[in-house]
Design a protein around this ligand. Structure first.
Ligand SMILES: Cc1cc2nc3c(=O)[nH]c(=O)nc-3n(C[C@H](O)[C@H](O)[C@H](O)COP(=O)(O)OP(=O)(O)OC[C@H]3O[C@@H](n4cnc5c(N)ncnc54)[C@H](O)[C@@H]3O)c2cc1C
Length: 306
């Protein structure tokens, strides 16, 4: 039996062979994954991880791909997503337990409906809970780690482990979770608050997003991290005169210079060119080397070096 046939015999959930990653990223960009798998449950996930470890096959975890640029040649390994199967969400009083395939927006809305505060400023942040934890996603003053208590992960050998929030370092769009461990679920302790307070924060965030972001186009949100809290990457790219710069069907948004958009048939190589241009121009003009916020998969080393 060849390797993919063996893998198919192992997986109880859904396996797509040679699946284009453009179907699973908000950019709508990315070549094929050797195997794209939605595990059925924890047991299935454990078997898949052990299979990959045993045969030394590369594994990458994906939520909804809203912060991800995948290379045009794709990824010669297993992509695992919990997005369709690990979707349990339980709320008891001010305690939230959620599996990481839950969409963040669903969790935020359920909390708002119960007057539970902590995540309302993240309304409109796309993606799953898993992606949000890895990225320490945040918006308008709130970050996912603020009300986090603990997470459950699975190791490459299929072992379950728990981490308390204090065991993970969280900072701006960064966490220190181990790359080879998949986060399965998380527990949160929310604050009770009045509906007025929550709705005000929610409205502020929603309006800010509509006013400032090119939401009609495909993107992965901010491409670069802000170099300092009071110095936005978008401002620097704008000041370097790069708004509207286009390569192929990819463009540095005129509305928000840190959003690079796909007009329809952009390639990963087009986005990569815009990344190099922005880094080079900002470095030359301000002596600041912008650091990527988006995650990348399947690229050669140095592709993003100006
Ligand atoms: C229009 C738009 C607006 C956005 N606005 C914001 C914003 O205001 N604030 C913000 O922070 N972000 C924003 N983003 C970026 C993005 O939505 C967030 O980073 C989001 O949290 C990513 O979630 P995801 O499920 O799509 O993760 P993915 O893009 O699929 O993955 C992100 C990272 O998480 C890892 N990962 C995903 N799931 C797991 C798991 N279960 N276990 C282990 N690793 C995992 C992946 O390997 C990858 O490294 C925006 C994006 C768009 C398109």
């Amino acid at each position: 039996m060849d390797r993919i046939a063996e893998l198919k015999a192992t997986v109880k959930g859904k396996l797509l062979e040679g699946e284009p990653m453009s179907e699973h990223t908000s950019y709508g960009i990315g070549g094929p994954a050797w195997a794209y798998i939605t595990p059925k449950d924890k047991h299935d996930l454990g078997n898949i991880l052990r299979f990959a470890t045993e045969w030394d096959i590369q594994v990458y975890f994906v939520g909804s791909g809203s912060n991800l640029l995948v290379a045009d040649k794709g990824f010669n390994g297993i992509v695992i997503t919990l997005g369709k199967s690990f979707t349990r969400l339980e709320i008891y009083q001010n305690h939230v337990h959620a599996e990481t395939g839950v969409m963040l927006g669903r969790m935020v809305k359920e909390c708002i409906n119960r007057n539970l505060s902590g995540l309302e400023s993240m309304i409109g942040v796309p993606g799953t809970l898993g992606g949000a934890l890895i990225m320490n996603a945040g918006a308008y003053g709130g970050e996912i780690s603020n009300c986090l208590q603990k997470v459950e992960v699975m190791t490459p050998s299929g072992e379950l482990k728990e981490y308390a929030t204090s065991e993970i370092d969280f900072s701006y769009r960064h966490s220190t979770f181990k790359e080879d461990e998949i986060i399965i679920s998380a527990d949160f302790e929310m604050q009770e608050a009045t509906s007025e307070v929550i709705q005000e924060k929610r409205s502020l965030a929603s309006q800010g997003r509509k006013d400032n972001q090119p939401l009609r186009f495909r993107s992965a949100g901010s491409v670069f991290k802000n170099p300092k809290p009071d110095l936005a990457a978008g401002y620097l790219i704008d000041q370097a005169g790069l708004k509207g710069t286009r390569r192929g069907d990819a463009e540095i948004s005129v509305k928000h210079a840190n959003f690079f958009i796909n007009h329809g048939s952009a390639k990963a190589s087009d986005i990569a060119k815009l990344i190099r241009i922005a880094r080079k121009e900002v470095k030359e003009k301000f002596d600041i080397l912008l650091e990527l916020e988006i995650k990348t998969l399947g690229f050669e080393k140095d592709v993003f070096t100006p």
